[in-house]
Design a protein around this ligand. Structure first.
Ligand SMILES: Nc1ncnc2c1ncn2[C@@H]1O[C@H](COP(=O)(O)OP(=O)(O)OP(=O)(O)O)[C@@H](O)[C@H]1O
Ligand SMILES: [Mg+2]
Length: 389
């Protein structure tokens, strides 16, 4: 039995949406799955049409010693059972606080269904209280949905520390994965946030994401998972992709190899609402007398023939977009055209983001990350020094 806790102390980042639809997709794929609603708001139960105030749930298990099996509502969707939650669950935090093994109660109770389920998905409340800690303690995997329209990096740090503390205290292997949610790739900000989060957390970011779509709200209103409500929708396919990724990961050791960003670059490359790209802009400007676009050449010594790309504010942070690469013996030149001004940028060397070691100028980005800073003046070609790679 593989236990997945969906945790983030931040409210409204897509925990319940992820829990419901991931669990439903796992069930549809033939895996016996149990969804545990560990949030007193009872939204997971509500979203699957399983909320009845008189049904016993986690509260009755913890407070009244109800057998866990008796709280399970079977077949709420194909291959999926649920343990519902009602508002009485709010009292459990106080109850747990006075219990001897207050952090491992849920884990102990879930043992009783070990042989019945392949996957257990736990939907947590928006707080790092004892309910969430119990879920983390019980889990082999913690999924942290991160709402790409808000991007709360501080919250992720704290959560990651908490997971590490629980894992160390109980000598457990708990893998933490970040899942980008409410992703809107059409906006420049959306693409920037995605790159920012990948840059900061790399291997921890799952190579799948949940896009923003009104279909998910509609399915909640219908009391169904998206895989039942709109099986052929892009949203259903987002959750099937997530389920496939987690099934694969539950059978393999955590990936410690260097992260591969190709998936991300293909995801961030927007096809719609694209602003005019810099090259065509430049050509247009060249046609007019007032053009001030400058040719920029950044050159790097590249004895080891590494794959060197460049991304920055001048090319929407998309690696080598609108950049010409010229290789001369061991020197690689990156050539592009920009208007005079300051531009933050970074290099991607063999798939790993890093600042330009040949350029001492740096600037702090809105995401709290230091980037290299390119200063382009209006008086002709800029030639950066040649650095080592
Ligand atoms: N990908 C999405 N596209 C559009 N709307 C979404 C998406 N994901 C979630 N929502 C909507 O955003 C709101 C918050 O989502 P959800 O309830 O899943 O978050 P949560 O983290 O569980 O919130 P809470 O912290 O209160 O438990 C809901 O109205 C939900 O329908
Ligand atoms: Mg919720």
């Amino acid at each position: 039995m593989h236990i997945i806790a969906i945790v983030n102390q931040k409210g409204g980042c897509g925990k319940t949406t992820t829990a419901i639809n991931l669990a439903a997709s796992l069930g549809h794929k033939g895996h016996r799955t149990l969804l545990v609603d560990a949030d007193p708001q009872g939204h997971a139960s509500l979203g699957l049409g399983g909320r009845r105030q008189d049904e016993p749930g986690l509260y009755e298990i913890f407070a009244l010693d109800f057998p866990l099996a008796e709280t399970i509502i079977p077949r709420i969707s194909q291959g999926l059972d649920i343990i519902p939650a009602t508002i009485s669950l709010a009292a459990v935090e106080y109850l747990l606080a006075n219990m001897p093994e207050r952090e491992r109660q849920l884990s102990t109770y879930l043992h009783s269904v070990d042989s019945i389920y392949d996957y257990v998905v736990i939907d947590c409340p928006p707080a790092l209280g004892l309910l969430s800690i119990n879920a983390i303690r019980a889990a082999q995997r913690v999924i942290v949905p991160v709402d790409m329209s808000l991007f709360a990096i501080d919250g992720i740090e704290r959560l990651s520390e908490t997971v590490d503390l629980v894992a160390t205290k109980y000598d457990l292997n708990i893998e933490l994965n970040i899942l980008p949610t409410l992703v809107d790739r059409r906006t420049r900000l959306g693409r920037k946030l995605l790159l920012g989060i990948w840059e900061r957390y790399q291997n921890k970011v799952l190579p799948v994401m949940i896009h923003h779509t009104v279909r998910l709200k509609e399915s909640v209103c219908a009391g169904q998972s998206i895989v039942d409500f709109a099986p052929n929708s892009p949203a259903a396919s987002d959750f099937h992709d997530l389920a496939d990724e987690l099934i694969m990961r539950s059978h393999t050791a955590p990936d410690t190899t260097q992260a591969n960003i190709s998936w991300l670059l293909s995801h961030v490359e927007s096809t719609d609402n694209k602003p005019a790209n810099i090259v065509s802009l430049h050509k247009e400007h060249l046609a007019t007398e007032n053009s001030n676009a400058q040719k920029v050449v950044l050159s790097f010594q590249n004895h080891q023939q590494r794959d060197i790309r460049i991304a920055g504010e001048f090319n929407e942070w998309i690696a080598d977009k609108d950049v010409q690469t010229v290789t001369e013996n061991d020197i690689i030149h990156k050539v592009f055209y920009v208007e005079p001004g300051d531009y933050q940028y970074r290099l991607i060397v063999d798939g790993k983001w890093r600042n330009d070691p040949t350029n001492p100028r740096q600037a702090l980005s809105a995401l709290g990350i230091h980037n290299s800073l390119l200063h382009v003046t209006g008086n002709g070609t800029l030639n950066q020094s040649i650095g080592n790679h």
